[in-house]
Design a protein around this ligand. Structure first.
Ligand code: PHB
Length: 385
C-alpha cells in the first residue's frame, strides 16, 4: 500500500472510532406555539419533553440532544414555511410538534414527503393518524375523536337527550364534536344545534344568548388554552352554569384552573389524564415536574414527556441512527410506553390506545371520577399502514 493510502486508511479508522465514541448531537426541531391562545400549552409540552431528556442525562439512544425551536403561533398559514425551515435550514433529525391541528397537518405532509420522523405531542387532527398516517409519524397524545366519543357515551348515560355543541371552527373543534355526536346519537341522543366561531376568537356573547334561547338539556364543548379560560368564565357570568350543565373534552379545564377559579368548579370532562391518578409513574413524574419547573404538570406536560419517551425507545433500538427508519418505527410500534397517564401502546395507525377518564373539577384539580372508556382506540379511518 502506498504511504498516502495508508495515511488515508488510518485517518478513516480514527474518524470511525471517534464516531462510535461520540456520535454527533441529535437535532430535535421543536415546533410549538410560544405566543397566542395556546402559548402555555407549548411551554408545558417543551417542559415535559426536556424533563425526560434530562432524566436520561441529556441523551437518547446514546446521542446528546440539541434543540432548535420555532414559534409556530398556531398559524396554519405559516406552518409549511416554518417546518421547511427546520428541515432545510436547520437540518433537524427529528420533528416534534405541535399543538394546533391545522399546523400539525402541514407538518405531517412535509414529514411524509421528506421521510423525517415526526412526533406529535398534542394536536389531535384525526387525519394525522388517518389518511395522512405514515411509518415515520407517531402521536403521543390523542385523536380529537377520542375524548369526544367518550363524552358522547357519558352524556347519553346521564340521560341527556338534546344537546347543543359549541367550539372553534377548525379541525380540532369539528372533529371533537363529530366524535361526540357519533357516540351520543348512537346511544339515542340528539345534537340539536352545532354552534361555532372562528379560531381563536373569544367573542362568545351572541352564541351564549343562542344557547340560553335553545334551552338544551346540556352543552358539549371543545375549547382549550386561553380561549377555554374565557369560555368557562363567560358561561358562568351569563348565568348558564346553574341551568344548563356544561361538559367538554378535558382541555376545557386542563392547565386552566388557576385562571378559571370557582367558575370551573364541578365541571365534568373526559380526557386521557387526570390529576392525582396515584400510580407510581405519575407520582414520580409530578414530583419531578414540580421540582424542575415550580409548576403543576397538566396533560400537555405528560404528552411532551411521552413524546420524548417514544423517541428514546425508537433511538435506543437503532443506537441513535435515525436513518434506520423501519427498525426505529418497529420499536415504537411494539413498545408499552410507561406514561404518567397509565401505560399505553400505539394503534396500527400510531395513535395511543388509552383509557379515557371522566374527571370533575374540584378546587384546582381535575379529579378522577371513573374510567369512561377503557383502552379506547381511534378507528384510524383511512389509514393504510
Ligand atoms: C388541536 O388543535 O388539535 C388541539 C389544540 C389544543 C388542545 C387540544 C387539541 O388542547
Amino acid at each position: 500500500m502506498k504511504l498516502k493510502t495508508l495515511a488515508l486508511a488510518a485517518a478513516l479508522v480514527a474518524a470511525s472510532t471517534a464516531h462510535a465514541q461520540g456520535l454527533p448531537k441529535l437535532k430535535v426541531g421543536l415546533m410549538l406555539p410560544a405566543t397566542g391562545t395556546y402559548a402555555a400549552l407549548g411551554t408545558a409540552i417543551e417542559n415535559g419533553f426536556r424533563l425526560y431528556v434530562n432524566e436520561q442525562g441529556g441523551k437518547l439512544g446514546g446521542r446528546e440532544i440539541e434543540f432548535v425551536k420555532v414559534d409556530d403561533e398556531s398559524d396554519p398559514a405559516k406552518a409549511t414555511d416554518n417546518v421547511n425551515k427546520l428541515i432545510k435550514r436547520d437540518n433537524v433529525d427529528v420533528l416534534v410538534g405541535t399543538v394546533h391541528s391545522g399546523v400539525a397537518m402541514a407538518m405531517a405532509k412535509v414529514a411524509k414527503d421528506t421521510g423525517t420522523l415526526l412526533l406529535v405531542p398534542n394536536a389531535g387532527a384525526d387525519a394525522v393518524t388517518g389518511p395522512m398516517c405514515a411509518q415515520n409519524i407517531f402521536r403521543s397524545s390523542f385523536s380529537n375523536w377520542q375524548p369526544g366519543y367518550a363524552m358522547g357515551e357519558v352524556m347519553a348515560k346521564k340521560g341527556h337527550k338534546n344537546v347543543v355543541t359549541i367550539t372553534w371552527k377548525y379541525a380540532a373543534g369539528d372533529e371533537s364534536v363529530r366524535g361526540f355526536k357519533e357516540a351520543f346519537e348512537k346511544a339515542g341522543g340528539k345534537v340539536v344545534k352545532e354552534l361555532s366561531l372562528p379560531f381563536p376568537n373569544v367573542e362568545f356573547q351572541a352564541l351564549l344568548t343562542e344557547i340560553a334561547a335553545s334551552k338544551p338539556d346540556a352543552v358539549y364543548t371543545f375549547f382549550a388554552g386561553g380561549g377555554a379560560v374565557k369560555f368557562v368564565k363567560d358561561y358562568a357570568a351569563a348565568g348558564l352554569k346553574k341551568s344548563i350543565p356544561l361538559y367538554g373534552a378535558g382541555f376545557l379545564t386542563d392547565g386552566t384552573l388557576e385562571a378559571q377559579g370557582a367558575d370551573a368548579d364541578g365541571l365534568l370532562t373526559t380526557l386521557h389524564y387526570a390529576d392525582a391518578l396515584g400510580n407510581p409513574k405519575d407520582n414520580a413524574f409530578r414530583l419531578a415536574y414540580a421540582k424542575a419547573f415550580k409548576l403543576q404538570p397538566d396533560v400537555y406536560a405528560v404528552q411532551g414527556y411521552d413524546a420524548a419517551q417514544m423517541l428514546g425507545i425508537g433511538l435506543a433500538a437503532v443506537k441513535g441512527d435515525v436513518s434506520k427508519k423501519a427498525e426505529l418505527a418497529a420499536a415504537i410500534e411494539k413498545a408499552k410506553i410507561d406514561s404518567p397517564r397509565g401505560a399505553f401502546s400505539v394503534s396500527k395507525s400510531h395513535n395511543p390506545v388509552q383509557d379515557i377518564y371522566l374527571r370533575q373539577v374540584s378546587g384546582k384539580e381535575n379529579k378522577l371520577v371513573n374510567v369512561a372508556s377503557k383502552a379506547l382506540a381511534d378507528p384510524g379511518r383511512g389509514c393504510k399502514l
